[in-house]
Design a protein around this ligand. Structure first.
Ligand code: AMP
Length: 438
């Protein structure tokens, strides 16, 4: 797949992509879009930064944008479920950019803010809903959202959902989905629980795998700086003061660690913004805005809050603490070196973190360069866990999809396949009356 025109997307989408200067589909897009357009289920192993959002957004916009259906109050036709508010906002923003020449309504639903505006948007009708699980379920329970007319369901960052304790919520959402639908499932990693969930959700999916464990980090210069715990702050400040650091995201393992480090950094005369799960929605957005606008060049973050954040020109990522899950290392350093740019990832490693480092190197399959000026500390046991990631508690009904089983692929899929063959989408894009509604 060389160009977007080979994907035969509807004209308004092609126009938006031209305006975005997207010329060549990324591997996940090239592998996903043709199958998704035909209505097939997708099992995608890919992380943020690979162009995953457009891989699911374009087929949805292509399908709904080629159709002339009205948005129905409280009954979205496509749902994208994302683990964090930041990611949900980012997905909706991308959808709006790609869909700017289409008359589709995109609603956003997430927790931590008053629900009024979100309820109003749903009542007015939305074709596409991007949501986090908790607030979605709240609004469903209150009767503001019904999923019985849903045709396309996307579960994004499934592994992160699991880490955040969202599995029961996801299962509840899945239990409300109509059986006749298309599902697209994305996860950066595929541990057994995720495979089990995918099996429940998907019907004969096309598997797409672009998790290049080795190549994803190829463009990023990685370095390990050995140091004692107590030396980390000083080393960080020295690094930030260096000439080549334009914008840096600093990762800590805990929320408390992020707050403490921010205070010390401010005290050292370096303005820093902080995002983590205990910050209010508005505080998180404010911090991101300041960082995006380059009002502060240091963003201190925990894994969950930083997940999916897409900010260009982050020159450095610093792992102030090494993550206890090796996959998080890949996600973290992926915040730099976006869209083919080069980036630098520096990781501080104390004696307590030597085991984490070994796990990371096993996962990425390379030995990371050591700073020649740092001396390997003596091994110490791993730090105690806790405080790192917010977990959603609460009970939930675990009603499974009754009609799971493979056999009948949705009539939507069949319809969309025939639509593709007959070139129906192109006609729709030009505004002809032909409807592709099932
Ligand atoms: P994502 O993985 O969806 O977060 O995308 C990562 C970044 O790549 C975003 O800034 C996108 O705007 C950008 N991007 C996605 N697809 C393409 C493409 N085909 N060509 C150029 N940039 C892209």
């Amino acid at each position: 797949m060389k160009t977007f025109s080979e994907l035969e997307l509807i004209a308004p989408l092609e126009q938006a992509l031209r305006e975005q200067n997207y010329k060549i589909p990324t591997p996940i897009q090239a592998q996903t879009i043709p199958h998704a357009i035909e209505g097939k289920d997708i099992l995608g192993c890919a992380q943020t930064g690979t162009g995953k959002t457009a891989a699911f957004a374009l087929p949805i916009l292509d399908f709904l944008g080629g159709d002339m259906r009205k948005a129905r109050s409280g009954r979205p036709q496509a749902l994208v479920l994302a683990p964090t508010r930041e990611l949900a906002i980012q997905i909706a923003d991308s959808m709006r950019v790609y869909g700017k020449h289409l008359k589709l309504r995109i609603a956003l639903v997430f927790g931590g803010v008053n629900q009024k505006k979100q309820v109003r948007a749903m009542q007015q009708g939305a074709h596409i809903l991007v949501a986090t699980p908790g607030r979605l379920l709240d609004l469903m329970e209150q009767g503001y959202i019904h999923l019985n007319e849903l045709e396309v369901f996307v579960l994004d960052e499934a592994d992160r959902m699991l880490d955040m304790g969202f599995l029961p919520d996801i299962k509840r959402v899945i239990s409300k989905l109509p059986n006749d639908r298309q599902s697209l499932f994305f996860s950066a990693t595929m541990p057994p629980k995720i495979v089990e969930l995918a099996n429940q959700l998907l019907v004969t999916p096309v598997s797409v795998n672009v998790t290049p464990k080795k190549t994803s980090v190829k463009k990023i210069k990685q370095k390990i700086v050995y140091c004692e715990r107590g030396e980390k702050t000083g080393r960080l400040h020295d690094l930030i003061r260096g000439d080549d650091v334009e914008r840096v995201i600093v990762f800590t393992r805990t929320k408390r660690g992020a707050n403490t480090l921010a205070k010390k950094t401010e005290k050292a005369g370096i303005p820093a913004a902080v995002i983590h799960g205990n910050k209010s929605q508005s505080a998180r957005q404010k911090a991101l805005k300041a960082f995006r606008a380059k009002r502060v060049r240091v963003l201190i973050a925990t894994d969950v809050a930083a997940r999916g954040i897409d900010i260009d020109n982050v020159t450095h990522v610093v792992n102030y603490d090494l993550p206890n899950e090796p996959e998080s290392y890949v996600h973290r350093i992926g915040r730099t070196g976006r869209a083919g740019a080069e980036g630098i990832a520096v990781s501080f490693c104390s004696g307590e973190e030597l085991d984490y480092l070994a796990e990371i190197e096993k996962l990425i399959g390379i030995k990371i360069e050591r700073d020649p000026n740092s001396i390997k500390p003596a091994w110490k046991p791993k730090p105690k866990q806790g405080g790192g990631q917010p977990r959603r508690g609460g009970s939930s009904s675990r009603r499974k999809r009754s009609n799971k089983g493979g056999g009948s692929k949705s009539s939507l899929a069949k319809h969309r396949s025939s639509k593709r063959r007959s070139g129906g989408r192109k006609q729709n894009a030009k505004g002809n009356r032909r409807s592709i509604a099932v």
